[in-house]
Write a protein that binds this ligand. Structure first.
Ligand SMILES: [Zn+2]
Length: 120
């Protein structure tokens, strides 16, 4: 399952980020973005997260998954529009020279930590 590999990468990234920032404390919330056109299933991702998290530093974290609207940017006429579905051409001029955003598989948006109640 592709989503399982993504979850593993996510947990690793959380670990790296926390180490870099020198943060301790429990992760209470994770917010990630999954691109609409990435082919990643949010349901499968959530399932993979549930499977992977025991024993990790996100064991008790809430997982919030965002799927922002995708954007289509036309290279020919500069028309920018929000698209719900995968489009092949510019809705304005019909040009095929378009750039579609929303194909990123996974973006870690934020990590929320619970402040340790007493310093160790
Ligand atoms: Zn156009």
């Amino acid at each position: 399952m592709h989503e399982l590999a993504l979850v593993e990468a996510l947990i690793e990234e959380v670990q790296t980020q926390l180490q870099k920032a020198g943060c301790q404390g429990r992760v209470v919330k994770l917010r990630v973005q999954i691109g609409r056109f990435s082919g990643v299933s949010v349901e499968a991702f959530r399932f993979a997260f549930e499977m992977s998290r025991p024993g990790t530093l996100v064991a008790e974290a809430d997982l919030e998954i965002l799927q922002p609207p995708a954007e289509c940017l036309c290279q020919s006429c500069g028309y920018r529009s929000q698209v719900e579905e995968l489009v092949l051409g510019c809705p304005h001029c019909g040009s095929l020279e378009i750039h579609l955003e929303g194909s990123q598989e996974l973006v870690l948006e934020s990590i929320e930590l619970e402040e340790p109640t007493e310093p160790k």
